[in-house]
Write a protein that binds this ligand. Structure first.
Ligand SMILES: [Zn+2]
Length: 252
């Protein structure tokens, strides 16, 4: 007869199952639906093997699959996906903050470790970090209970001339973009002001700290920001030199 603790713990999932659920979650969050072909593309596998795996995931109660409507996570599947995402993002935060990894080198490590680390290790890492709310790329870290703040943000490309904003988030999947952003000090928490914008998709001129920097529109569209509120601007003007409160304060 199984013990109470054994009955309460969720069954361990295989690495492919965790990767599928995570990919479906990310597609759902980004586009509202996950087509089988998009899942195949995201995981770089043949559509035929996706079909087989989705059938198994549906039989285990992780997804609902209706022809022509794509795949949808059930509450059980969503919970499992968020558990893997929590592990991934805590690992990235720990590698960056405690072990000094640069932010462009943590994603691949976390992709491997997210399947191997025990829940106990992850919770100890989270506690050691003071239970961070966002990872080094600004992605929200789901709580252990599966609550996550999936707000969408504007991007630098949407700012008006003269408008200021805090950098909040960028995808973790492009190391060369991350290296470049670190070079120009454009990381979560950085205060950015749009100085000018050339017409017809021309370059965008930004002030980041006391540096002026021109970036292309495709880069601008990938950098998510939260505009500074009028109250924050007033505070910045009255307390010279001191940065106003950040929307999501975190250490680098
Ligand atoms: Zn990552």
């Amino acid at each position: 007869m199984p013990s109470r603790a054994a009955a309460a713990a969720p069954p361990p999932l295989t690495e492919p199952v965790e990767d599928y659920l995570k990919a479906i979650y990310e597609l759902e969050t980004r586009t509202g639906a996950a087509a089988t072909s998009d899942v195949a593309l995201a995981l770089n596998v043949a559509p035929a093997s996706v079909t087989g795996m989705i059938r198994r995931l549906a039989a285990q109660g992780f997804v609902d699959h209706e022809p022509y409507r794509g795949v949808q996570l059930t509450p059980l599947g969503r919970r499992a996906a968020l558990r893997t995402i929590r592990r991934h993002r805590i690992l990235e935060t720990y590698l960056t903050r405690v072990l000094g990894y640069p932010w462009d080198k943590v994603h691949d490590e976390a992709e491997r470790l997210e399947h191997a680390a025990s829940d106990d290790l992850i919770e100890r890492m989270s506690a050691a970090l003071g239970h961070p709310e966002a990872d080094p790329h600004g992605a929200p870290i789901p709580t252990a209970d599966g609550v996550v703040d999936e707000r969408t943000h504007r991007t630098l490309a949407d700012l008006d001339v003269g408008e200021s904003a805090y950098m909040v988030r960028v995808s973790d999947k492009n190391p060369s973009l991350l290296r470049y952003l670190a070079e120009i000090a454009l990381q979560p928490g950085a205060l950015v002001t749009l100085v000018s914008k050339a017409p017809f998709d021309g370059p965008i001129s930004l002030r980041i700290g006391d540096q002026e920097q021109a970036v292309g529109p495709s880069l601008a569209a990938q950098v998510h920001v939260e505009p500074v509120t009028a109250a924050q601007t007033r505070e910045a003007v009255t307390s010279e030199g001191a940065a106003p409160e950040r929307p999501r304060p975190r250490k680098k």
